[in-house]
Design a protein around this ligand. Structure first.
Ligand code: GLP
Length: 243
């Protein structure tokens, strides 16, 4: 894993956006894996700016999001489909038909997961996957204890994850208990992965990722075994990293 240390959230966002733009410009039909959460928001802002300055076009880009809450429709402001449209897709020239987010309202969730995997295969997998990290080491919604062999699947969210994400909902009761997420094996098939980490609250997780064992108890640790991972972390996130 390659680590790029940057000053702060804004510098992380700029560096992340640059990496995405390089990929989009280099490939004829780029396939991006995208993430939600507070961490990548700044990257999307930078990309929108670059698009408006005509530095990049997403016309030929296909995207696959990591995850979605079960039970929330795309029109629900707390769904990840809504987040992506609102914070990114509605402001660039991407073909919306080429932006995939798991459907959390599918009648048959199992079938939805299988279709998602198939669609990824049809697109020859992801060229660049953007990842954030949960404080418990989750990636996507793969909670501690998830098998490294998993493909896209339905998960029960850990209480700590529901609590961490409750800030977006009116009450804890409204936070969904399940989600669909790309599996760890799905994420690992990506050609390249960029992990964005910002802020002191992620510092322990980052230290464990860099120095801990590779274990299913800390899902992000699998990234140690991928041969093309770029971590972009700010000073606060690196503040607890053992040297
Ligand atoms: C959520 C998402 C993850 C994300 C994580 C961290 O649970 N499913 O993909 O990485 O939260 O979120 P944040 O960037 O807001 O800290």
């Amino acid at each position: 894993m390659n680590i790029k240390q940057v000053e702060d959230y804004e510098a992380m966002s700029i560096a992340g956006a640059q990496l995405i733009m390089e990929t989009v410009k280099r490939l004829e039909n780029p396939v991006l894996g995208l993430a939600t959460g507070s961490t990548p928001e700044g990257v999307y802002k930078q990309l929108i700016d670059a698009y408006q300055r005509q530095q990049v076009s997403f016309r030929e880009t296909t995207t696959f999001n990591l995850d979605e809450y079960v039970g929330l429709a795309g029109e629900d402001p707390n769904s990840y489909r809504y987040f992506m449209d609102d914070k990114f897709f509605d402001h660039i020239d991407i073909n919306k038909q080429q932006t995939f987010v798991p459907n959390g309202k599918a009648d048959d969730l199992q079938q939805e997961c299988e279709q998602y995997e198939q669609r990824l295969k049809d697109h020859q997998e992801i060229d660049l996957q953007v990842l954030g990290i949960g404080v418990n080491g989750h990636i996507g919604f793969n909670e501690p204890g998830t098998s490294f062999k998993t493909r896209t699947h339905v998960v029960n969210l850990a209480p700590s994850t529901r609590e961490a994400n409750a800030r977006f909902f009116n009450s804890m009761q409204e936070v969904p208990e399940q989600a669909i997420t790309m599996g760890i094996a799905t994420i690992m098939k990506s050609e390249k992965i960029v992990l964005l980490v910002s802020g002191e609250k992620k510092a322990r997780a980052l230290d464990q990722l860099l120095h801990g064992d590779v274990t299913e108890e800390f899902p992000a640790s699998i990234l140690q075994t991928h041969d093309n991972v770029q971590i972009i972390a700010d000073k606060a996130a690196l503040s607890k990293v053992r040297v």
